[in-house]
Ligand binder design. Structure first.
Ligand SMILES: NC(=O)c1ccc[n+]([C@@H]2O[C@H](COP(=O)([O-])OP(=O)(O)OC[C@H]3O[C@@H](n4cnc5c(N)ncnc54)[C@H](O)[C@@H]3O)[C@@H](O)[C@H]2O)c1
Ligand SMILES: O=C(O)C(=O)C[C@@H](O)[C@H](O)[C@H](O)COP(=O)(O)O
Ligand SMILES: [Zn+2]
Length: 366
């Protein structure tokens, strides 16, 4: 008897499943539903062959299918690429009963999800993430959007997929630094909610850094479960209170500084590399604020650097980073708000920390 694919249910606004396994394309027509006639398959340049193959399968199954090629990586998350996709849909006569399929990494699912959210005010979308980061994070939970010159993900919408298909074979062609970048989000889930993830990575960090690791599927499933539970409880990121109860904002652990680094680097860095530094920074911030114990704070630097992720950044960049952090989505009025840990798996918000604490924390990582 062979094991079937694993399914993680996301009980958010419109419930759906994240399917993890191999050869999952047979599930696609069921997720598209019976009304759909036209399908646009949005893929990055690097996955042209996969995008074309899905388009051809859909055509053979009776759909009118189009492949829309977008740039690789962050170059896809722009207003120009968004407008290009809208024009293809318009020329192909896409109606509200038609659908988008995304196949690619988090940049593709973010862009394609936003295309789906905005075309005719919303059409069905199915994500087929092909990076580790896409599988464990970007394709799940309905955050979609693009970057602007002023900051990361500044324009977007919550738009949930009808389903997510994680074909593990896709990870075999992923460059190693892209795979390791995805591990940063996996480790994030370990720190904010599921420390077993940290144990599994620390057992053999060199092994964990490649998809053939014996615990890869468990790491992926655990990280998706953290994301599913979190967005299921607070889809629209509304429940965090000044009193310390924290909802979806916990998934932004390490992202306040991380997104600022991405902007300073003009979106040339991988997201996971930037948030790795961001997580070490907030661990130091929490330690400096007397909120986090030394063992847990040190563990950030240890586990992330053991995976080959960056844990420090240029000292002279601090003024630019401070500037970029002002536009973080968690900021309220002029008050910066950081997700920190009060202990392992105890995320909370540190509101408007004293500038001396911020400088102390940045000094530790620069
Ligand atoms: N919406 C969310 O909740 C959410 C969560 C986390 C991250 N994100 C976003 O995700 C983005 C990062 O995603 P990413 O790390 O997947 O990067 P990515 O989408 O840029 O993919 C990395 C590179 O790998 C290529 N690629 C993708 N799959 C491949 C495969 N199987 N084989 C070979 N090459 C492949 C891509 O074309 C790209 O060049 C960031 O923009 C980040 O902001 C969004
Ligand atoms: O899903 C969430 O919520 C997250 O914060 C997950 C993050 O890993 C992700 O990078 C997300 O895109 C960041 O969202 P943003 O609202 O800070 O742009
Ligand atoms: Zn992220």
């Amino acid at each position: 008897m062979t094991d079937g694919p694993r399914k993680i249910h996301v009980n958010a606004g419109t419930p759906y499943d994240v399917v993890i396994g191999n050869n999952l394309l047979g599930e696609l027509p069921g997720l598209l539903g019976s009304d759909v006639r036209r399908v646009a398959v949005i893929h990055p340049r690097a996955l042209r062959a996969s995008g074309d193959a899905i388009r051809d399968d859909l055509t053979a199954a009776g759909y009118t299918a189009h492949a829309i090629e977008i740039p690789d990586a962050e170059e896809a998350k722009t207003a120009e690429v968004l407008a290009y996709c809208w024009s293809v849909l318009g020329q192909a006569g896409f109606t509200r009963s038609d659908a988008i399929v995304s196949i690619g990494g988090g940049t593709t699912t973010d862009l394609a999800g936003f295309v789906a959210a905005t075309w005719l005010r919303g059409v069905r979308v199915v994500h087929i993430p092909t990076t580790l980061l896409g599988m464990v994070d970007a394709a799940v939970g309905g955050k979609t959007g693009i970057n602007t010159a002023e900051g990361k993900n500044l324009v977007g919408a919550f738009w949930e997929p009808a389903g997510v298909l994680c074909d593990l074979a896709a990870l075999e062609t992923l460059p190693k630094n892209d795979y390791v970048s995805g591990l940063a989000e996996v480790v994030k889930c370990g720190f904010i909610a599921d420390p077993v993830i940290l144990d599994l990575v620390e057992k053999d960090p060199g092994g964990a850094a490649i998809p053939a690791y014996e615990h890869t599927e468990e790491l992926i499933a655990r990280a998706i479960q953290v994301k599913a539970d979190t967005v299921g409880a607070d889809l629209h990121e509304r429940t965090t209170t000044a009193g310390g109860a924290i909802g979806r904002e916990s998934l932004n652990y390490g992202h306040t500084l991380g997104h600022a680094i991405e902007r300073v680097e003009r979106y040339k860095w991988r997201h996971g590399a930037a948030i790795s530094i961001g997580m070490v920074f907030v661990a130091e911030l929490a330690r400096a604020a007397g909120r986090l114990d030394d063992v847990t704070a040190d563990r950030h630097h240890e586990v992330l650097s053991a995976l080959g992720l960056p844990v420090s950044y240029r000292a002279d960049a601090w003024p630019h980073l401070q500037d970029a952090m002002k536009l973080d989505k968690k900021t309220r009025a002029d008050r910066l708000r950081f997700v920190i840990l009060d202990g392992l798996a105890k995320p909370t918000i540190l509101e408007a920390p004293d500038p001396s604490l911020l400088i102390a924390a940045y000094t530790e990582i620069s």
